[in-house]
Ligand binder design. Structure first.
Ligand SMILES: C[S@@+](CC[C@H](N)C(=O)[O-])C[C@H]1O[C@@H](n2cnc3c(N)ncnc32)[C@H](O)[C@@H]1O
Length: 238
């Protein structure tokens, strides 16, 4: 596979020049649950841009002081985190199930001049998981109202951490104010429950953060509100 390509370039090559670099096979023949793909495509189809484009603040706090290495961004959406990380020198593998999100992310990466450091791949993480080991594996709001084997996916995420590397899981601790009408009764796992679900060997892993900070944020509808994040940061011993 070409490591300097981005999905948009691959697609272009595929359409117009059959002898050009091959399209990432996972992108062309993804093993994807149709209902999952439909749900997220429909969500992204509602607006030209769904998320802010800015990196998630807890990722910025955690990755900011780290030396750049390799990072896996799970459920990368429109690429705000991947682009920020690539801009700081990380080599990024960014994965999402939604083609529209990946297309937007790769266009934004090109615009930001960091496309050569990001590989966008389409995976339905309930079916396939990207190979390799990474210095940082980041799951930022990888949450779904559909059936989602969260524990299994997060345990795969932990297995993808290189020795000395970290897994950062950030999730909503409460439904954001702008989503409460649609999901009034949802309760999210606490950081402690997520850590338990990861089922990590304490001889091989250190827990660096386990907390639930609050912050002000603006939602996709433009309204501002207080969010609670659930944060789990674990480090695999070198
Ligand atoms: C709430 S959004 C978060 C996006 C991004 N991480 C951010 O913080 O802006 C969840 C993302 O996970 C993706 N996603 C949901 N289910 C998935 C699955 N089974 N496999 C891969 N990606 C998935 C969605 O397409 C969406 O982009």
């Amino acid at each position: 596979m070409q490591h300097d390509g981005i999905a948009g370039e691959h697609r272009h090559a595929h359409r117009h020049d059959r002898t050009a670099a091959p399209v990432d096979d996972q992108r062309r023949h993804p093993d994807v649950d149709e209902e999952t793909a439909r749900y997220w495509e429909e969500l992204y189809g509602r607006r030209d841009r769904y998320w802010s484009g800015r990196a998630n603040p807890i990722l910025v706090d955690v990755a900011g002081p780290l030396p750049a290495g390799t990072v896996l961004d799970l459920g990368c959406g429109e690429g705000g985190d991947a682009i920020w990380l690539a801009g700081r020198g990380w080599r990024v593998t960014a994965v999402d199930v939604a083609e529209t999100a990946l297309d937007r992310a790769s266009a934004a990466a090109t615009e930001a001049g960091v496309a050569s450091r990001i590989e966008f791949r389409r995976h339905d993480l309930t079916r396939t998981f990207p190979p390799g080991e990474f210095d940082l594996v980041s799951a930022q709001f990888l949450q779904s109202p559909l059936e989602f084997p969260r524990g299994e996916v997060l345990r795969s995420a932990a297995r993808a951490v290189a020795p000395g590397g970290r897994l950062l899981v950030v999730e909503h601790g409460e439904v954001p104010p702008w989503g409460r009408h649609a999901h009034p009764d949802v309760r999210f796992p606490t950081p402690q429950e997520t850590l338990a679900e990861l089922d990590l060997d304490p001889d091989r892993w250190l827990t660096e953060r386990l907390d639930a900070p609050r912050r002000q944020a603006t939602g996709p509808d433009g309204h501002t509100g207080t969010l609670v994040d659930h944060v789990v940061l674990v480090r695999r011993r070198p």
